[in-house]
Design a protein around this ligand. Structure first.
Ligand SMILES: [Zn+2]
Length: 193
């Protein structure tokens, strides 16, 4: 996907020293990439929604009809909140390495503070927060770039129509090139026709 200013502007930190509130950074060749403050914002929005989904009363979770793109494909019924919880956990397990995932589990899923995490993982406060930032940036990017169903924007995830997965690129040898590994996450729980 291509990152642009209209996507990042609302998410960027106004006082960010890297992007100065624009949300984009440019390399020497002029190619744009999202600033870390944008990636962290995306992660935190997704995490907030995750916390809401797991802490809400069970009876508030609803079954909803998902429309499919195309006239010949009927909609399917699904439980979006539960699918979102599963996607959030499974994607994180897939993307993070073992150390990062342990920290992610203790801090983000189980609610442990930095003292508890530091003791458990044998790291100091500085390394704890560095790792938290790294995890937020890594997951923020994947939650947005995941194909064909990114977790972010949440509106699209919860209310958007399902689409067919984009065709894989074809390499010079004529074989299909798979998408990057971190974007190959299968969708076992959603959009089954
Ligand atoms: Zn920034």
């Amino acid at each position: 996907m291509e990152w642009n200013r209209s996507e990042t502007l609302a998410l960027a930190m106004h006082n960010c020293t890297q992007c100065h509130g624009a949300g984009l950074r440019f390399n020497k060749k002029g190619a744009a990439s999202p600033c870390n403050c944008v990636l962290r914002a995306i992660f935190r929005i997704c995490w907030d929604r995750f916390v809401r989904c797991v802490t809400q009363e069970r009876h508030l979770s609803r079954v909803s009809l998902e429309p499919h793109a195309g006239r010949m494909r009927p909609g399917t019924w699904g439980r979006k909140d539960e699918e979102y919880i599963a996607d959030f956990c499974l994607i994180s397990r897939r993307v993070l390495d073992d150390f990062e995932h342990r920290l992610f589990r203790y801090h983000f899923l189980l609610g442990a503070d930095w003292r508890l995490c530091s003791r458990r993982l044998g790291i100091d406060r500085g390394n704890f927060f560095h790792a938290v930032y790294r995890i937020e940036q890594k997951l923020g990017r994947v939650f947005r770039e995941l194909q064909p169903y990114p977790l972010f924007p949440l509106d699209e995830y919860f209310h958007g129509p399902s689409r067919m997965a984009p065709a894989c690129a074809v390499t010079a040898s004529g074989r299909q090139a798979p998408p990057p590994r971190h974007l190959q996450f299968p969708r076992p729980l959603r959009k089954t026709a």
